[in-house]
Design a protein around this ligand. Structure first.
Ligand code: ADP
Ligand code: PMV
Length: 448
């Protein structure tokens, strides 16, 4: 069957979570865990179907019902630059989760919003099946919502040919769409899907890490395409999160290593770091689910109550980002015990700062204690309140040492694994020899 498959990575914030919401610099990198989106032509050609197996959601709407829903929305009210709150309200009313809004429900609102704003063009409502399945743990601080948003924005932009035309060959797969009749025949209009991208090395995104070269080779978006994807993904993040800083979607779009700073006015400052060393990272999942939206709102409340206390803490968190960035740059030359020690010290310091703003959790404390007995400092990553923590491993860390740590952590019910970082951002998976590139990494549920 004709299809589009795209994927977008999760992220690891090394330093700067929460502070980044207040305009401070964050230091972050992409993960090798990704969310995969598969868009196929609809068997029942009047339907739009959404399948989100990771959060147990399956929904189908007729294109006619969606047309009715959005009949009063004017094109000039739609833009990737700002969230249309009244459109969100219309969708919330329609989806019937009227009282208790969970983040999970907001995935549907975000889908319908993006469908209307990107997939509908010239009053034409396309029918299709869309599925998103992730190898990322959801709501664990690794940016699953951003990966979800980036993958969705990209697929809709491809579907409607809104990405840089120079980059796209219009000769590949096709999807059947019967909602628009040509002449008097109840005909099927064939909508071309642009799944073949021509390599354009002059403006393709630069991957700063030495790792994950196969991902890097698949990424041929222009900077302009990436900006458009990122802008739309940010809108989706706003629906799911409320007040995101934009660091997660920027990283999921671009991949690699970045420093990110939100500006109160104007575009955020994103610096792509080049030549970052091949650092080893251990990820630990506390298995405690939490909501970024609730945690960010909780910090905001306390910040507003005690600005003179929270302001300097946010400044200090920013300093951990900036100092660590400098160390990473030095590490690119050579790994010395002193530099590794400084990186570890900053991790310990920031962990205390994050505790001070109230985003710790007793299971995270337990993880810190277990790793400390092995001499490994670690900190939470993402919004905290549970979710994931990470530790940086020295290059000579042995397998036996890692096995011991894993055993210790799993005896407390925590998962841990070494992960590779700095890989490619949003990627289109093309078929070669009857197989998709990196198909082995796709979650099984993508094809169920
Ligand atoms: N694979 C997915 N399928 C469906 N929804 C997803 C998926 N990944 C993320 N989401 C959306 O993002 C939300 C999780 O976002 P959040 O709480 O910020 O956690 P994270 O730290 O993983 O980004 C989910 O509740 C859902 O709305
Ligand atoms: C806490 C914060 O800095 C990061 C949240 O990351 P995550 O959603 O927990 O993956 C919020 C933000 O940057 O929007």
């Amino acid at each position: 069957m004709d299809e589009i498959i795209v994927s977008a990575p999760g992220k690891l914030i090394l330093h700067g979570e929460h502070a980044v919401v207040y305009g401070k610099v964050a230091l972050a990198t992409s993960l090798n865990l990704r969310s995969y989106l598969r868009l196929t032509s609809s068997v029942d050609e009047d339907n739009v179907s959404l399948s989100l197996p990771d959060i147990n959601i399956k929904k189908t709407w007729t294109t006619e019902s969606l047309q009715n829903l959005f009949k009063d929305v004017h094109v000039d009210e739609i833009s990737q630059n700002c969230l249309n709150e009244s459109l969100v309200d219309v969708i919330k009313e329609f989806t019937e989760f009227k009282d208790e809004w969970t983040t999970r429900d907001l995935a549907i609102v975000s889908f319908l919003y993006m469908y209307r704003c990107i997939a509908v063009t010239d009053g034409h409502y396309p029918a299709f099946n869309l599925k998103i399945a992730s190898s990322l743990p959801i709501s664990a601080g690794l940016g699953s919502s951003a990966a979800f948003s980036v993958a969705m924005a990209t697929a809709f932009l491809i579907l409607t040919k809104k990405l840089n035309a120079e980059n796209i060959k219009h000769n590949t797969t096709e999807i059947i769409d019967i909602t628009e009749n040509n002449d008097d025949t109840p005909s099927q209009k064939k909508l071309k899907l642009d799944t073949e991208f021509v390599k354009k090395s002059s403006n393709s995104v630069k991957i700063s890490s030495k790792q994950d070269d196969d991902h890097a080779n698949r990424n041929h978006f222009s900077d302009q395409d990436l900006d458009l994807i990122n802008q739309w993904a940010f809108i989706s993040e706003k629906i799911i999160h409320g007040t995101p800083s934009g660091v997660d979607n920027s990283l999921s779009t671009n991949g690699g290593f970045i420093t990110y700073q939100k500006k109160l006015q104007g575009v955020p400052k994103i610096e792509k770091l080049q030549g970052v060393p091949n650092i080893r990272v251990l990820l630990i999942n506390s298995m405690v689910p939490r909501s970024t939206k609730a945690l960010v709102a909780g910090v905001r409340q306390k910040y507003d109550k005690f600005p003179s206390v929270f302001g300097p803490i946010m400044d200090s968190i920013e300093s951990t980002s900036l100092q660590s960035k400098k160390i990473l740059e030095q590490l690119a030359m050579t790994e010395t015990p002193e530099l590794m020690k400084s990186l570890e010290e900053l991790i310990k310091i920031n962990r205390c700062l994050l505790d001070a703003i109230g985003v710790g959790h007793k299971d995270l404390d337990q993880i810190y204690r277990v790793l400390q007995t092995h001499g490994l400092p670690c900190k939470l990553t993402g919004a905290g309140g549970g979710g994931c923590a990470f530790a940086i491993l020295r290059q000579d860390t042995s397998e036996d040492f890692l096995k011991e740590i894993t055993k210790d952590l799993s005896s407390h019910g925590y998962q841990c694994w070494e992960t590779s970082i700095g890989g490619a951002g949003v990627t289109i998976h093309k078929k070669a020899d009857g197989q998709y590139q990196n198909e082995a990494q796709f979650p099984k549920t993508l094809f169920d």
